[in-house]
Design a protein around this ligand. Structure first.
Ligand SMILES: [Zn+2]
Length: 155
């Protein structure tokens, strides 16, 4: 499942990419453009704009769209996970949070000199984005998001 996330619920992009779901951010403009992208690329729309829900391709079922009820990002991702029965675990750490591109595994040797020394000493597993060359590891930021995710799922 792929997504196009309306800017009015844009924080969902981070959560979805973390879970490994290909997610494009729609940065605003004409609703019909977003619906067209969703139709062309087979993306599910996530939006807080209920006008989008009235488009013919949406009511007719050709484009799937979820109306996001809450303004709170954690409540939003909870809604999306529940409504669409998303797998929150198996795709973890497979996409770049910035570029939405698949990450590639890297050995410790391959990232020598490219990560801070304290990270290099404590982490064994790395991932690199082939597009922006950003290196990822399961550090504090990742742990924080995992804790939030666990908390959200328990609610
Ligand atoms: Zn990247």
């Amino acid at each position: 499942m792929k997504f196009i996330v309306d800017f009015n619920s844009g924080k969902l992009v981070n959560w979805l990419r973390m879970m490994g779901y290909d997610s494009a951010l729609f940065t605003g403009g004409d609703d019909s453009r977003m619906v067209k992208i969703a139709l062309n690329e087979g993306r599910t729309i996530l939006t807080r704009d209920n006008q989008v829900m009235t488009f013919g391709v949406v009511t007719g079922g050709r484009v799937k769209a979820v109306y996001i009820k809450s303004e709170d990002p954690e409540t939003q991702i909870k809604q999306v996970v529940e409504v669409l029965h998303l797998d929150t675990r198996s795709g973890l750490f497979s996409l770049c949070m910035e570029c939405n591109r698949p990450l590639q595994g890297r050995t410790k040797e391959q990232v020598t000199g490219r990560v801070p020394p304290h990270v290099f000493q404590t982490q064994e597993q790395y991932f690199e984005c082939p597009s922006c060359q950003r290196i990822y590891w399961k550090g504090t930021h990742w742990e924080n998001m995992m804790h939030k995710l666990e908390k959200i799922e328990k609610q």
